[in-house]
Design a protein around this ligand. Structure first.
Ligand SMILES: CC(C)(COP(=O)(O)OP(=O)(O)OC[C@H]1O[C@@H](n2cnc3c(N)ncnc32)[C@H](O)[C@@H]1OP(=O)(O)O)[C@@H](O)C(=O)NCCC(=O)NCCS
Length: 185
């Protein structure tokens, strides 16, 4: 599994259609847009990222960490040559054959076009077919309806609800825990 992971990290773009692709993000050529979305309250509203400000240096060191990690694979999502988001399989556990999926479409003009759904579909396929995983999980804030929807469209099942897990706008909200087994098809 680890060998496959290092091969994936040097691969050429994985084309999802004529213009949409997954690519390893070059840490020496970070787009200004990437920094902008990571600090855009509307984009990070339903993520833990909302609590911090992110600099170029932070992103560079994060990308280096991802590159070096035997347990994470992070791709940029690109529309032609524009970097519009990220998708990741993290916390890859070779003993249990599991990983945690996360995703973010930072370019707000690209929301609602099916891009996260396609990126998740490709990433799940990589997880199951290339990395040999048996199960992929993902967690969403209960009020992030679009995010729950993209998981459900990709055959993730709601496996549990962790009650009142997050503080959100002076309230406490639930965490929805999703999972997909390889056997689910
Ligand atoms: C959530 C997010 C990943 C969705 O990406 P996307 O590319 O716009 O998603 P898609 O276009 O593939 O699918 C969105 C689905 O949610 C639905 N949807 C969008 N907003 C919705 C809302 N407010 N209520 C209900 N459904 C909604 C869309 O109709 C679509 O479903 P459909 O295909 O059945 O019509 C994207 O908006 C994003 O990255 N947001 C910021 C970061 C984030 O929240 N990441 C996830 C953290 S868990």
């Amino acid at each position: 599994m680890i060998n496959y992971l290092s091969e994936l990290k040097v691969t050429s773009p994985l084309m999802l259609d004529d213009t949409l692709s997954l690519q390893i993000i070059n840490k020496d050529n970070i787009s200004p847009a990437y920094i902008r979305w990571m600090n855009d309250p509307e984009v990070v509203k339903y993520t833990e990222q909302r609590f911090v400000r992110t600099s170029v240096t932070d992103i560079k060191s994060y990308l280096q960490k991802m590159e070096d990690s035997p347990a994470d694979i992070l791709f940029g999502i690109y529309q032609k040559s524009s970097h519009i988001g990220t998708v990741k399989l993290g916390a890859i556990n070779i003993w249990h054959k599991t990983a945690v999926l996360s995703y973010l479409i930072g370019a707000k003009d690209q929301w609602g076009k099916g891009i996260a759904s396609r990126a998740i579909s490709e990433m799940t396929e990589i997880g199951f077919s290339v990395l040999g995983l048996d199960k992929i999980i993902a967690g969403v804030y209960a009020n992030n309806t679009a995010s729950a929807r993209v998981l459900e469209k990709n055959n993730f099942e709601l496996e549990g609800i962790r009650k009142s897990q997050f503080i959100f706008e002076n309230d406490r909200i639930d965490a929805l825990l999703y999972g997909r087994r390889k056997l689910n098809g």
